[in-house]
Design a protein around this ligand. Structure first.
Ligand SMILES: Nc1ncnc2c1ncn2[C@@H]1O[C@H](COP(=O)(O)OP(=O)(O)OP(=O)(O)O)[C@@H](O)[C@H]1O
Ligand SMILES: [Mg+2]
Length: 420
């Protein structure tokens, strides 16, 4: 590390030292970096290169979970960071799964030689979100129910009543009894035509059970026969290569619509099944949910996402969510509410925080939620494009993200704006 800025007048003789020694000499002022190998991210503004790898950091005990959250105002370079990070990780044999609401990861996919999975109503590609791969049997029923409840709650905009929840459970059991891997149509059909056995298990009649579950069944039909049909309503399309190093789920056909939350729930559920199967084989996988801010307002989706984060930790995979502001988390409920607890849980389960510039009105919330020091708090209001504060466990670094010339096309999201 060199203290004197290049080109600055030489009033004091320059002094060179390692970041490790500087960290020891100036505790609380100067971080010494993690010293753990990883993929290159860019330059540490206090000197040297900055590398990051959640798996090696976890292995070295510097992180207690491998998940991360990226915060930043529009256009600061969040997605650029993720794209280059994934490309660099893929070079080391890691796999990556991306939920891509804006459809901007196609160049990355092209560079890796894979096709994004573009989901749109009746678009010809289907994922079965109830196909949860190798999840342990006891857990499987609970995960499927969680998923179904998230879809219906998000779609109806209200919590399920106890009768509705019981009807949903009965329908799932009925569907599982008739096919090895249930699909949304088989569950919807069971809701609208409950068997006598399902009814007698709940000490009721089929007619009453039908009444109890009718609204839930009709909501699920939205994904089967309604405006969201043809994406999640059948077995997963064989054209999707589950063993591909990179899987990009392009949800841009419904970006900006109220259905995005449901789509993201189904997409992450399907990815979880895949992750579980691949993770059991010892593969190291990075799962990214870009534009996660757009769906966190939805309690059902936030609930689902947080459970995915928790599971990720148990499975040893690394999940990354991209948000705009810390208040995307803090605004999802009042103090002590379930929504607030979910948001805080997501933060607790993400020990890596990458913070790009925050608007002045956001800095207090950022400082509070992210435990920023006074110096960090001051700096996050003034960061230029491509520069972020990285908080990795107990380490903090200011990092300028470097984009290689060969990566420029992949990160450029300004083309449309600049052409105009
Ligand atoms: N480190 C960097 N070096 C050079 N250019 C960069 C860098 N980071 C981002 N850019 C450029 O800035 C533009 C915006 O970047 P990006 O799309 O990653 O922002 P974002 O934070 O994801 O925005 P949004 O919130 O709208 O999704 C891109 O055109 C990209 O080329
Ligand atoms: Mg982006």
């Amino acid at each position: 590390m060199r203290w004197r800025e290049r080109g600055a007048p030489a009033t004091v003789a320059g002094h060179e030292t390692t970041t490790r020694h500087a960290g020891a000499l100036y505790p609380f002022l100067h971080e010494s970096g993690t010293g753990i190998p990883g993929v290159l991210i860019g330059l540490d503004l206090l000197g040297g290169a900055f590398a990051y790898d959640p798996f090696t950091l976890y292995g070295a005990g510097l992180l207690t979970n491998p998940n991360g959250i990226v915060f930043g105002q529009i256009g600061r370079g969040k997605s650029s960071l993720i794209k280059t990070y994934l490309l660099r990780q893929l070079a080391f044999g890691r796999r990556a799964f991306v939920v891509d609401p804006k459809g901007e990861y196609s160049t990355l996919a092209e560079m890796v030689g894979v096709e994004p999975v573009a989901l749109s109503p009746d678009g010809g590609v289907r994922l079965n979100p109830l196909d949860l791969g190798g999840i342990d049997v006891g857990d499987l029923r609970a995960r499927r129910l969680g998923l179904l409840a998230a879809i219906v709650t998000s779609s109806m905009g209200r919590e399920l009543a106890p009768r509705e929840r019981a009807a949903l459970e009965a329908a799932l059991d009925q569907a599982v009894g008739s096919t090895a891997i249930p699909t949304l149509p088989t569950v919807a059909a069971a809701l609208l035509d409950p068997s006598p056995a399902a009814a007698s298990n709940l000490a009721t009649t089929p007619a009453q059970l039908l009444e109890d579950g009718r609204d839930v069944g009709l909501e699920l039909r939205r994904l089967v026969a309604g405006d969201l049909r043809g994406m999640f309503d059948g077995a997963t399309s064989p054209s999707i290569a589950a063993d591909s190093p990179l899987i990009v789920l392009d949800l841009s056909a419904l970006y900006g619509t109220a259905a995005l939350g449901i789509l993201m729930v189904c997409a992450t559920a399907w990815l979880q099944g895949l992750v579980r199967t691949a993770g059991a084989g010892g593969e190291q996988i990075i799962v990214v949910v870009d534009e996660a801010w757009a769906v966190l307002k939805d309690l059902a989706v936030a609930r689902w996402l947080q459970s995915a984060w928790k599971l990720a930790r148990a499975w040893g995979i690394s999940c990354i969510a991209v948000l705009h502001r810390v208040s995307d988390l803090s605004a999802i409920g009042g103090d002590g509410s379930e929504a607030r607890q979910l948001a805080e849980g997501l933060l607790l389960d993400s020990e890596t925080k990458v913070i790009y510039a925050q608007a002045p009105g956001e800095i207090d919330a950022a400082a509070r939620f992210l435990d920023l020091t006074d110096a960090e708090r001051e700096v996050v209001g003034r960061l230029g494009r491509g520069i972020a504060l990285w908080k990795v466990g107990s380490h903090s670094s200011l990092v300028r993200h470097l984009v290689a010339p060969s990566e420029l096309d992949m990160v450029n999201t300004d083309a449309a704006l600049l052409q105009r």
